[in-house]
Write a protein that binds this ligand. Structure first.
Ligand code: NAP
Length: 281
């Protein structure tokens, strides 16, 4: 029920109509009985500055940020959390009562919380393989060092992008050995604690596997970023080989739940969010 006290939240993107965030946030808001409304905010890339001021003027409590604004929004923030700085991207804006805008990033914790909550996978002292070197991969590669992984290997078809990330994060986390590779080798996979699949491979029928899970150790955990389709070929192959997996919806729900908790201070119902994503309401 919207009334005079309702606080506003949203997701800013271009286009934004495909976003699943309004559905899952509405479910969590309803389940917790919170007086918030979460709306899609369609913002052309030329109007980001105006949109940020608009959020402030309209008294929004917060806003998620999605493609293509996650990096472009950074100069308009009054403050960035260390995670947003490290990830080089803002997916969550927290707007304080005085209008100050804090840029945060819950994609990092969303990925690592999902594997910890579902599979008990703690990467401290372990070997993290990040497959991909785009926005999601960057956040995960930074998160590996931040969580005390002993080794982070970034694997990407365009290996120069992986090398650039390894060179950037290595000096930031001296306790973590960062390295780059063009492909996953059996040796790499055999040593992995977790593999975070952060490429867009798996979205289209006929896509090749991002890596071959046959060389993984039985204790390894695979996180899939792709959530449409929910059951990618990689997840099916891992299941066939009895390798633990966490799907893309778990990652999506985890980052959304963390954003909502930052805005409201209330622990939210992740199952309600997942159910809403699966049923569409
Ligand atoms: P992005 O910045 O565009 O990066 C795409 C990555 O995929 C790059 O590393 C790219 O490699 C690689 N790639 C694309 N096509 C490939 C191919 N044919 N062969 C090998 N590698 C290929 O995208 P992003 O924002 O990081 O998102 C990546 C995926 O994660 C998307 O599917 C997105 O929907 C998903 N995602 C999910 C969540 C969630 O919460 N579940 C959150 C964020 C993102 P090159 O560098 O060589 O081009």
């Amino acid at each position: 029920m919207i009334n005079g006290e309702t606080r506003l939240l949203g997701v800013m993107g271009w286009p934004v109509s495909h976003s699943r965030s309004p559905v899952m946030h509405a479910a969590a808001i309803q389940s917790a009985g919170l007086n918030y409304a979460y709306v899609p905010v369609s913002v052309h890339p030329d109007r980001v500055a105006e949109a940020v001021n608009g959020l402030r003027a309209l008294g929004f409590r917060g806003c998620n940020v999605t493609i293509p604004h996650k990096t472009a929004i950074i100069p308009f923030m009054d403050e960035l959390t260390p995670t947003a700085k490290g990830a080089g991207a803002v997916n969550t804006i927290v707007i304080e009562d005085d209008g100050r805008m804090v840029g945060d990033n819950t994609d990092v914790a969303g990925a690592y919380d999902a594997i910890l909550a579902e599979k008990g996978a703690n990467v401290e002292g372990g070997h993290v393989i990040v497959v991909g070197a785009g926005g999601a991969a960057r956040a995960c590669a930074w998160g590996g060092g931040d969580r005390g992984a002993a080794r982070v290997t970034i694997v990407n078809r365009t290996v120069e992008k992986a090398v650039a990330l390894a060179e950037e994060f290595g000096p930031v986390f001296p306790g973590t050995a960062y390295e780059a590779a063009r492909t996953t080798t059996p040796e790499l996979l055999a040593n992995a604690t977790v593999v975070l699949q952060m490429t867009s491979l798996g979205m289209k029928p006929g896509d090749s596997l991002p890596f071959d899970p046959q060389h993984l150790s039985p204790s390894a955990v695979v996180l899939e970023a792709v959530y449409a389709p929910l059951e990618t070929e990689l997840l099916a192959e891992c299941r066939h080989r009895r390798i633990s997996t966490v799907d893309g919806l778990s990652m999506l729900v985890a980052q959304g739940a963390l954003s909502l908790e930052k805005w409201t201070g209330v622990e939210v119902d992740r199952l309600a969010m997942r159910t809403a994503l699966l049923t569409g309401d």
